[in-house]
Write a protein that binds this ligand. Structure first.
Ligand SMILES: Nc1ncnc2c1ncn2[C@@H]1O[C@H](COP(=O)(O)OP(=O)(O)OP(=O)(O)O)[C@@H](O)[C@H]1O
Ligand SMILES: [Mg+2]
Length: 239
């Protein structure tokens, strides 16, 4: 089943068009990656899904419902968690307080149990967060902040995680660790993943399928093997 589908999206910032007729889909249970260079339109695509940007043309479907006109918090409450670029954790709040902020969409009556259950999962994935539970967000390393940002998104028990460049600014060993955890979330928890990346190598290690976006247009798509064998780095990623 198509869990998420974008159909012919045109998006603008003022008069400047950022997305041109973007169509893509993500099936339930998949890891799908969106690859592109700086300014290609990756974050804009994610913000269109989570309702932060309203497209001028086109539709976004989630579980076959048209969610294009819903507000960001209503979209999030359906199980769509967006981990924005650059982490955006709360620097002056502790690890635990940051995680608690992620539970805001949960139903009140089930909140207590769900929060405890989610934290257990997050701490088993990222033991470093448990060790630093009372540490302020701002004092975490870049990799730990990325773990916290993913952890905070998991607090709402999402069906799909939208990850905006989780490898950015993180040392290679830590990138591999984080990507293993992303894969584990997909395989063990059944969370569908839409992974925006510039780092095609790491993204294609865990993705089932992918799309390349260039200057706001989808220019290439296919299974991970097809993407690996194509020279996407020089053709579409400007590298
Ligand atoms: N707030 C904004 N106002 C005006 N133009 C914007 C704004 N945000 C993005 N853009 C433009 O929209 C286009 C797509 O930007 P977007 O942030 O989606 O790219 P990206 O693929 O996420 O790039 P990066 O890898 O650098 O994060 C770019 O040309 C960018 O300059
Ligand atoms: Mg971006």
């Amino acid at each position: 089943m198509k869990l998420m589908e974008l159909e012919n999206i045109d998006a603008y910032y003022g008069n400047a068009q950022a997305l041109y007729d973007v169509s893509l889909y993500i099936e339930k249970g998949e890891i799908v990656t969106l690859l592109g260079a700086n300014g290609a339109g990756k974050s804009t695509t994610l913000m269109t899904i989570s309702g932060l940007i309203k497209p001028k043309k086109g539709k976004v479907f989630y579980e076959e419902k048209n969610i294009t006109k819903l507000t960001p918090h209503v979209i999030a409450a359906q199980g769509i968690a967006h981990v924005p670029e650059g982490r955006r954790i709360f620097g002056s709040l502790t690890v635990e307080e940051n995680l608690n902020m992620g539970a805001f969409t949960l139903d009140k009556k089930e909140k207590g149990d769900d929060i405890a259950e989610s934290k257990e999962l997050i701490f088993s994935l990222f033991p470093r967060l448990k060790e630093r539970i009372n540490q302020e967000g701002a004092t975490l390393s870049g990799g730990e902040q990325q773990m916290l940002a993913i952890g905070r998104a998991l607090m709402m028990q999402p069906k799909i995680l939208l990850l905006d460049e989780p490898s950015m600014g993180i040392a290679p060993v830590l990138i591999n660790q984080i990507f293993e955890k992303i894969e584990e979330l997909n395989k063990k928890q059944g969370i569908t993943i839409f992974l925006v990346e510039q780092n095609a190598n790491v993204a294609l290690q865990i993705a089932d399928r992918g799309y390349c976006i260039k200057d706001g247009e989808i220019v290439f798509e296919g299974g991970a093997e097809k993407l690996k064998s194509a020279d996407i780095a020089s053709e579409y990623l400007g590298g």
